[in-house]
Write a protein that binds this ligand. Structure first.
Ligand SMILES: [Zn+2]
Length: 63
């Protein structure tokens, strides 16, 4: 089970997609177990299409 520090949530308007390294992102060709930091820079949210810089660490958000 991934920790909140390893999960990243999309900040796109009306989105809320969470990248979980346990699941990866099949839709974008990211394998299971890949850390968010290790995803290619051109990764886009599978739900709303924004880039990596619009993702925020889940643990930081809850502070
Ligand atoms: Zn999104």
């Amino acid at each position: 089970m991934a920790k909140t520090e390893e999960m990243y949530q999309c900040q796109g308007p009306q989105c809320g997609y969470i990248y979980n390294p346990d699941k990866g992102c099949k839709k974008k060709g990211v394998a299971k177990g890949v850390k968010f930091e290790d995803i290619p820079e051109d990764f886009k949210c599978p739900s709303c299409g924004v880039g990596k810089k619009f993702f925020k660490c889940l643990a930081e958000q809850n502070q």
